[in-house]
Ligand binder design. Structure first.
Ligand code: PGA
Length: 244
């Protein structure tokens, strides 16, 4: 299979009122319209500003994604958003199983798996996040933990077109800490062996303009999932440019 372009995805988390979200998206869109991008770009803003951000991104080539979805198509689920609603709002991706969902909301692999199936039902590609805690890394079980999460969270119909995996060590998210390049390479190699050929495997966790180039140059790293640094257009753009 032909090598897919790298994907640099911004996870805005619970940040962005409409005016600032439109400003950030507008800055990125202006850059994307004038400069040839070496990678695919995606932003995942809060659900409340999806439509506004989508309108600003129109024609820029930057894709829109959600940060989570419910497994059901519709129904009595107060406060939840379905994959169909994300699709309807202009999304082509959804992040699922982020550590802030797994650890902050107690989501299990089975729940993540049901959400991935929902994403595919709606025609969205799923970005499935996996990653070990600090204790698990110190115990030497990082690859085993990630493998178990993958096995439990990804339905059988996975392909390079409908699945992206993001390796995000829990202890590296928002901390400024990153694994060594060797540790990233080891886990990415392990993930690659467990997914369909051509599936993009992103690294996430304290990616910034200073470390992006080395991480993105690793052979099994096909992009980045960026949190904090995706809230500054200049930094997010610099990370995308680091795809080379
Ligand atoms: P960070 O977050 O880049 O702020 O570490 C990454 C993520 O949570 O996806």
């Amino acid at each position: 299979m032909a090598q897919r372009r790298h994907l640099v995805a911004g996870n805005w988390k619970m940040n962005g009122l409409r005016a600032e979200a439109e400003r950030l998206a507008g800055d990125l869109a202006a850059r994307a319209r004038t400069a040839a991008g070496g990678c695919d770009m995606l932003v995942c803003p809060p659900a409340t500003v999806l439509a506004a951000v989508g309108a600003v991104l129109g024609g820029s080539g930057i894709a829109l994604g959600g940060q989570d979805c419910h497994a059901a198509e519709k129904g009595a689920f107060t406060g939840d958003v379905s994959a169909e609603m994300l699709k309807d709002a202009g999304c082509s991706f959804v992040i699922l199983g982020h550590s802030e969902r797994r650890h902050g909301h107690g989501e299990t692999d089975a729940e993540v798996r049901a959400k991935v199936a929902a994403a595919w039902r709606a025609g969205l590609a799923a970005i499935v996040c996996v990653g070990e805690t600090r204790e698990q890394r110190e115990a030497g079980t990082a690859l085993a933990v990630v493998s178990a999460q993958l096995a439990g969270s990804v339905p059988e119909a996975a392909s390079a077109a409908n699945l992206v995996v993001a390796y995000e060590p829990v202890w590296a998210i928002g901390t400024g800490l990153t694994p060594t390049l060797g540790d990233i390479a080891e886990i990415h190699g392990g993930i690659r062996a467990r997914v369909a050929a051509g599936t993009r495997v992103l690294y996430g966790g304290s990616v910034n303009p200073g470390n992006a180039r080395d991480i993105l140059a690793l052979p099994d790293v096909a992009g980045a999932l960026v949190g904090g640094a995706s809230l500054k257009a200049e930094d997010f753009w610099a990370i995308a440019q680091a795809c080379g």
